[in-house]
Design a protein around this ligand. Sequence first.
Ligand SMILES: [Zn+2]
Length: 260
Amino acid sequence: MVRRADLTDRPPPRSTDLDPPDVALVVVAHPDDAEFQCGGTIAKWARLGAAVHHLVLTDGSKGTWDATADTTALARRRQLEQEEAADLLGGTSVTFLGLTDGELTSDVANRDRVCEVVRRLRPDVVLGHDPWKRYRLHPDHAAAGRLVVEGIVAARDPWFAPEQLRDGLTPHRPRALLLFEPDEADHAETFGEADLDRKVAALLAHRSQWETTHLHHSPTGDDEAPLDAFRRREAELAADAGRWAGAPFAEAYHLLDDEL
Ligand SMILES: [Zn+2]
């Protein structure tokens, strides 16, 4: 996955730094999406005492350029990498739905699965892909964005997935939804160097992605080692968002709160 902060033409954020949540839930299409998009934010919140839960929708089994790869083994490896990455960010739990990578759909069955996790974990703040992001290529990111929005709508309303309520769950309404890689960035979560270091360490736990993602999108400078180029690029992206937000480092979001 590729992303650009692309904040040079944006007006300044209309808000910066939510009150840290007690419970946060990150909903992503693939292993590694959370670390790229919001790793600094969740490192900060975990450090401040939040329980941070990860929900990974697909199995990541297409995350290789090797056409002869054992994709079952790859999916298992990516689960282990995701658990290690979440741990490095101070995370509390990782839930894998195990849906097929590249084939994610925002149908009612998948929406109800997201709804069930929201009702069970009861997050104050949910983070997810922006379903309204223009010119996006990857179908899973668009579908995952729709699922997080629709899953939140379902979770708050007792007439959506009512069978879950018979199982002892109750409706739940988060106070904020932060959409990352936003079509219109209007909110920043700021952080310092220690949280940036945690984000980079967590990203590097996704070792099976180094070839296709981390190193592929990080051109090296003169005499620069590939991993140094990756660290430099992550620091530059976080610093770009930081300049927009008036802080050393930041991640950019579109905030939905009144709409919830
Ligand atoms: Zn992804």
